[in-house]
Design a protein around this ligand. Structure first.
Ligand code: SAM
Length: 212
């Protein structure tokens, strides 16, 4: 029985690694969004990737009650829900995702937690669905690599932030769409963002950019 459990765990690790490798190489050519059926994987707060934990990311956002926050590529709401709690009923989080299935998962969680301060927008970032000078904070957590036109997406995010607002980008190597620090900074600088803070290391980091 012990051997069976051991073998199953090993098998699962090998399977997940294989999926990650195939996915990583496919994503170099195609922008494939993380499928809704894999959202359980997104929700795991991996203890080996501390910089990607919801708690750690939120800690670096300097959130205040009443703020307006946009969670781009919110997935199943790993960050949306705790952010909504932190900014309180006078604030508002916009959960934004290209996949309706992900937004449905956030909606179910918001209902279960009785949270009324979450707005939902379905669409792709860069497609012109976001307003102008709306948000105090924008989150882009393990999403950038899934976006095909990153410059246009960054331009829309820049425009949607209030002057002085912060875009927080998190990347982790375990994500098949991982983007290196240089690549993230280059795209952000191109549209006018200024880097303000860096947390983490080369393989797992958060960068906070300001719209000056
Ligand atoms: C790896 S998941 C990350 C989810 C969440 N940010 C987190 O860290 O828990 C990436 C999410 O980005 C979404 N996504 C991919 N491309 C997108 C785009 N162009 N516009 C909006 N969302 C997108 C996917 O549907 C998926 O839910």
């Amino acid at each position: 029985m012990r051997y069976f459990t051991h073998d199953s765990t090993l098998g699962l690790i090998v399977l997940l690694s294989l999926i990650a490798i195939i996915w990583r190489f496919s994503s170099l050519r195609l922008s494939i969004p993380c499928p809704t059926w894999l959202s359980w994987l997104v929700e795991l707060d991996n203890p080996f990737l501390k910089n990607n934990s919801a708690r750690e990311i939120i800690q670096h956002l300097a959130l205040e009650p009443g703020m307006k926050v946009l969670d781009v590529g919110c997935g199943p709401g790993r960050l949306t829900i705790p952010v909504a709690k932190r900014i309180g009923p006078t604030g508002e989080v916009t959960a934004f995702d290209i996949q309706p299935g992900m937004l449905q998962r956030v909606q179910a969680k918001a209902l279960a937690e009785n949270l009324g301060n979450i707005q939902f927008i379905q669409g792709g970032v860069g497609d012109g669905k976001l307003g102008h000078n709306q948000y105090d904070r924008v989150l882009l957590v393990t999403v950038l690599g899934e976006i095909s036109d990153r410059k246009t997406a960054m331009e829309e995010i820049f425009d949607s932030l209030k002057p002085g607002g912060i875009l927080s980008v998190t990347e982790v190597i375990a994500d098949p769409h991982f983007q290196r620090r240089n690549s993230v900074t280059r795209t952000a600088n191109l549209v006018g963002f200024v880097e303000r803070e860096f947390f983490g290391n080369r393989i797992s980091f958060t960068i906070n950019f300001e719209k000056t």
